[in-house]
Unconditional design. Structure first.
Length: 757
């Protein structure tokens, strides 16, 4: 049954400019729909409820179905599967007065059912094609299953590993995160948002969410504008420039005003300065949370949010339930509501939903394009590139597929914990555990013996919080000593010990902030006992954040950080442990010596009293009890091979702002294995009108170099690479002396200098 008005709409739309190729065409078509809408229907488009998970049949009589029918819903999220989505879309299109289609969102964060490594891990690949492909595959799978909008990428720079959501971002660096922002948006949206296998990206969480005080989730942020512009804003801006269709306001306040109602942020910066043309959605109950923030009741905060530039309300229903009253009381104009509605309708036109509301509801695609062998193979490859080899004493790795391998540890035999945080569409029990991966890899050529060795955490309550949402490790009831003794017995019988330690999948991610970043005591005790056997110990680390690994770095011979590698993690780890793949990941966050050093990041300012000479120096910027050094610096990561850097060569020592500087460096693979090296280029601006960081990443290249081979790596630096926001927040380049620093991590670099005229 089609409503008469729908027919009218379709006729009008057809009259108003035909197909959806040109922007002008879309604008006219949006106008034609708006002209048919009542105030209530416009407000309805601004409403984004969570669908929960419907099964077919249950939806029809639900509250949400009624709301859709009444024109009170613009989109839905938390709904999976074509049948359920089709059913909801049908209600919108056939039963609501105007038949306006819904947009369907989901947190497709690092893959859909074929789960890729968590974003922090993917960033350690420094491979932009691979990251783009991961988003492309995620979009293909999600769109095949009915989804057309993803709440990704998360571009919140974070320098605080206490914050659990550091796992969802790209680490501490502005430049790298901006490159990843572009790759992700390209991957999701492709060249044509109107195609049925691309989805709209929603950049989040705008802004500064990763700078929450004390790393506690949802906490206040407070930052100078010059730091926002130079360090925290560029990744969001890069995503906007790459054409991201939507953006999500963050939970936190900025300058005393929650982002959700911050007009400077949502209108002045986002729209006026960056030219953003898409729509802004709140985060989950972000609108109603402003009551607790203390800036007014639901009616007040809802009107204020829309006036600030918010278009869509996720879950609160503040806009739905109060805006009409605010119009009647002259607290907001209908024109302001029309603007928000216009942006949402425009997104639906861009996705092609007005032409075919069911274009993402193709059961055949759902059956053939999701969790395919090809996609899972890509996820496995991506995982191997995201692992970071932190230590490999005596070249213990790679190990041989022979003899007896003891596989020990609380994370050795868990499929559910492999995909990490925010993998809502994952098939948890079909992920490849480390046990699965090793067993498959060795076949009959080696024997694998297993013991759990320890629980995840000595505190059962913390373990439960670290393994929520179906990821329980089914705590072992035996005493820690009993478990350890069994592990030691098994280790003694083996040639090598592989021990799977670290965090449970939900130990990082949303609302998983933590103050102690060391391995749980019970895991540390297990490590100590295994080391005492004298057998070679290979630690395979699972984590969603930088941990404090000072003791491990001093005592454990091998540490392979595998983060959370996704649905194919176990196979990917086996690929690296046995040397089928030479690890090439490099850290995108600094690993501190202790929590007290946080925030610790490479691109810091020099201060007036930098530490000169060895630690400790009285009246210089350092600590009494610990040096300023990290355990592992930004950009660090080992290979089974070694790479030697030649001198940094510049084609000129003086350049004009209009000129390009060419930087070359010879990199030699001086080891036994072919391998990839991430060559990193940093810049230091020695004197400015405002202080500048001691170094900033301005280029990187991941190059494959054969054993014994030398490659010349070339970078081009332009004015843009030397520019920054000055005190007045103008984008400037200032003459003076610069250094170019090139190396395999942010600490070990070679330097050359030039002057900008
Ligand atoms: C998170 C967002 C997410 C949203 C919808 C919120 O709790 O902060 O990142 O997109 O939920 O699931």
């Amino acid at each position: 049954m089609k409503s008469p008005l729908l027919v009218l709409t379709v006729v009008l739309l057809a009259a108003c400019g035909g197909r959806v190729q040109k922007h002008a065409g879309i604008d006219a078509r949006v106008d034609s729909v708006l002209s048919l809408m009542t105030l209530e229907e416009k407000i309805g488009q601004l409403n984004l409820p969570s669908a929960g998970q419907f099964t077919t049949g249950a939806a029809e009589n639900s509250d949400i179905a009624k709301k859709i029918e009444q024109g009170n819903v613009g989109g839905l999220f938390n709904i999976k599967r074509v049948a359920a989505i089709r059913e909801m879309q049908q209600i919108a299109v056939e039963k609501s007065r105007l038949g306006i289609p819904l947009i369907f969102g989901m947190d497709v964060i690092h893959g859909y059912e074929s789960v890729f490594p968590i974003p922090l891990a993917l960033s350690c690949s420094w491979n932009m094609e691979l990251i783009e492909r991961s988003a492309r595959i995620a979009a293909t799978e999600a769109s095949a299953d009915g989804i057309n909008w993803t709440f990704s990428p998360m571009l919140d720079l974070s320098r605080d590993p206490r914050w659990g959501r550091i796992s969802e971002g790209n680490g501490e660096d502005t430049y790298l995160s901006s490159e990843i922002a572009k790759a992700m948006v390209r991957g999701y949206q492709g060249n044509d948002l109107n195609a049925n296998n691309t989805i709209m990206s929603c950049v989040k969480h705008y802004a500064l969410y990763g700078a929450a005080e004390a790393g506690r989730d949802y906490n206040t942020t407070d930052m100078s504008r010059i730091r926002m512009y130079n360090e925290y804003f560029p990744p969001y801006k890069a995503a906007v420039e790459a054409g991201a269709g939507s953006i999500m306001a963050s939970f936190n306040e900025i300058d005393g005003v929650p982002a959700t109602a911050n007009k400077w942020l949502l209108t002045e910066v986002l729209r006026n300065q960056w030219g953003f043309k898409g729509f802004v959605v709140s985060d989950y109950t972000g609108v109603s949370e402003m009551i607790a923030h203390g800036i007014g009741d639901l009616q007040t905060v809802s009107a204020r949010a829309v006036q600030a530039g918010l278009d869509m309300d996720m879950v609160s229903e503040g806009l739905l339930t109060t805006l009409k009253k605010s119009v009647e009381e002259n607290k907001i104009t209908e024109a302001e509501i029309t603007e928000a509605c216009r942006r949402i309708l425009k997104a639906k036109f861009q996705l092609g939903l007005f032409d075919d509301p069911y274009k993402y509801c193709n059961e055949d695609r759902a059956k053939t394009e999701v969790f395919t062998a090809a996609n899972r193979a890509e996820a496995r490859k991506a995982a191997t590139e995201s692992f970071v080899l932190l230590k490999n004493e005596d070249d213990i790795l790679p190990i041989k597929k022979s003899g007896t391998i003891a596989l020990i540890g609380p994370l050795a035999n868990t499929r559910e914990n492999m995909t990490g945080t925010w993998s809502v569409a994952a098939r948890f029990s079909e992920s490849v555990s480390l046990m699965d991966g090793l067993t498959k890899a060795v076949g009959n050529s080696a024997k694998i013996v297993y013991a759990r060795g320890s629980n995840l955490h000595e505190d059962a309550a913390i373990e439960e919080r670290a393994t929520m949402f179906g990821k329980s490790l089914n705590r072992d009831k035996r005493s820690a000593e009993e478990m350890r003794n069994e592990a030691v017995r098994i280790a003694r019988s083996a040639d090598v010990v592989v021990v799977a330690i670290g965090e449970g999948a939900e130990m990082s991610g949303e609302a998983s902030s933590i103050t102690n970043l060391e391995l749980p005591q019970t895991q540390r005790e297990l490590l100590k006992a295994l080391l005492q056997t004298g057998k070679p110990v290979v630690a395979v680390l699972f984590t969603g954040r930088p941990l404090v690994l000072k003791w491990e770095n001093e005592n454990v011979p091998v540490i392979l950080n595998t983060w959370f590698g996704g649905s194919e993690a176990g196979d990917a780890i086996a690929d690296v442990l046995f040397g089928a793949v030479n690890p090439s990941g490099k850290l995108t966050t600094t690993f501190p010596q202790n929590v007290g050093q946080i925030p610790l990041y490479y691109a810091h300012k020099n201060t007036g009293r930098p530490l000169s000479g060895p630690w400790f120096q009285k009246f210089q910027s350092n600590y009494i009890d610990v040096s300023n050094d990290p355990v592992y610096p930004f950009g660090f990561g080992l290979s089974y091979s070694t790479f030697m850097y030649g001198d940094v060569k510049l084609d000129k020592t003086t350049i004009k702002p209009s000129e390009t500087l060419t930087v070359t460096v010879d990199v030699t693979n001086s080891g036994q294995y072919d391998g990839a090296e991430v060559v990193q280029l940093y810049v230091r601006d020695w004197v400015g009108s405002v202080t500048r960081p001691v170094k900033e990443l301005r280029g990187f290249k991941k190059v494959m170099i054969k054993a014994g081979e030398t490659k010349t790596v070339t970078f081009q630096l332009t004015k843009e690479d030397l520019s920054f926001y000055n005190y007045d927040l103008n984008w400037v380049v200032e003459p003076g002396e610069f250094s170019v620093l090139v190396g395999g991590n942010s600490r070990d670099v070679k330097e050359a200098k030039f002057t900008l005229q």
